[in-house]
Design a protein around this ligand. Sequence first.
Ligand code: BES
Ligand code: ZN
Ligand code: ZN
Length: 460
Amino acid sequence: MRISIKKSSKIKTRIVFTFNNNKIKDHKGEYGDLDIRYEGNETLIYCGLGKESDLTSKALRNCAADGIRKISELKRKDCAVSLPEDREDYAEALIEGIVLGSYTFSKYKSEKQKQPESAEILSSSITASRANGIRKLSESVCYARDLVNENAGDMTPQDLASEARKLGKSSALSCKIMDMNEIKRNGMGLLEAVGKGSEIPPKLIILEYTTSKTTKPHLLVGKGITFDSGGINLKPSGHIETMRADMAGGAAVLGTMRALSQLKPRGINVVGVVPAAWNAIGSHAFIPGDIYKSFSGKSVEIKNTDAEGRLVLADALSYCIKKYKPKHTVDLATLTGAILYALGSFKAGVFSNNDELSRSLIDAGEKTGELLWKMPLEKEHSEAMKGELADLRNTSKLPRGHASSSTAAAFIKEFVSDAPWAHIDIAGTAFNEQEQSGITPKSGTGFGVRLLYRYLTEKR
Ligand code: BES
Ligand code: ZN
Ligand code: ZN
C-alpha cells in the first residue's frame, strides 16, 4: 500500500470521519457506523467515531481499518482520507488503521481479493518520512501475521530460521542460528527435549541490532513452537487446530527486528531471540515423568509435555542473559490457555520482577492499543513449581488450573536470575478465532510488534 501525505487530493473516493453531532442525512455518526454516499462523481465513505470528546487514537485506528475494507469491497484502487482533527498522533493512527485493516492472508484462496493500492492522507501535521516509518512498522505487523498464518508444515523451525537469515541480510542486523548439535553442545537440554520428537530439529535463532558500542542491549525472546501437538500429552480436538500459532511470540520478535532493520532508530541495541521447536508426538518425543537438565544447570521433571513453551524459553533466556548481559529482558509467548479465561482477547498478561519495566510496557501498549494487564507473580507460585526428584517441575502442584498463568511465569522466573525481566502471555491476543473487526483480522493478529517497537524506541 502506498501512503502519501497531501494538502489536497483529486481522488474521487474518500473516507470521511464523522461524529454523532453531524448534520448528515441518514448517517448518525455513532461509533462504527459506516455509510456510503454517491455525490456527483465522488464516493464518500462516512465512518462514525461517536462522541467527539471521546475520540481516541485507538478508535480512529479501528474505524480507519473498517473504512479501508469498505474501499476494497467497492474494488476501488485509491482513496483519499481526511482526519477528524489534524494532529500527528491521529495521522499515525490513521496510517496504521489503513495498512493493518487492508491485510488479508489469501495465499490459499483461489480467488484473491484485490486490495486498494494507495491512500492519500490529507494532513499538514505529519511529515512524509514519519508517515513512511509508520507504514513500514505496520507492514512488519503484517509480516508477523503472515508467519503465524502459514501452514505449520511450511513454517517449521527450519523455515523460521530461513526467515531470520533473510532478515539478517539487512545491513542493520546480524543473524546467528544454532542447530541441534550446538544446542546439545551448549547443554540446552530443555530446548533439545522439546524439539527432539520432530524429524525437523529445533533451532535457536538470534538476531542482533546494534547502533551503539556503549549501551547494553534489550533482549527480546519469543516462543517459537511452530506446532504444539501437546507431545505425548496430546492435545484433544478443539484445542489442537490453531497450534500453528504457537510461534506467535517468535513472529512478533522477528517482526520487531524487521521494523528495526528498516527504520534504524539510533542509540539502542536489541537482541531478538526465538527458540524454535516443533512439539511433536512420536517415539523420539520427550517423555512425561523423565527429568531433563537445563542450560542453567537446574533439572526439570516433565509432568506434562504440553507445558513445553516454558521449557524452550527457559534455555533461551538463561543462555542469552548470560551471554548478552541485557539491561532489560522481555519475553512474549502464547504460554497458557488460562490467560484467555482471565483476560479474553482484550488484553495480554504481563508478569515481571521489575515494576518499572512492566510499567513502561503497559504505557507503550496503551499508546499502540495493545493492552497489557499486570498479573501476580508471588513466591507461592514459585513454591508450587518445586520438584521432588528434580529441582523443578514443569507444571504446578496446585489443583488443576489454579493460577496456571502465574505458575508458568514463576517457572520462567527461575531462569532469569536477577535480570530485570517481563513475560507477556499473548495466548489470548495473538490469534483471533472470531470475526475480523477494526485492525484485528482473523487468525494471526501480529500482537506485540508495535508494542515492542514503541517500548524500545521510547525508552532511551
Ligand atoms: N500453547 C499452549 C497454550 C495455548 C493455549 C496457546 C491456547 C494458545 C491458545 C501451551 O503450550 C499449553 O499447552 N499450555 C498448557 C499448560 C498446561 C499443560 C499446564 C495449558 O495452558 O493448558
Ligand atoms: Zn503446549
Ligand atoms: Zn505451546
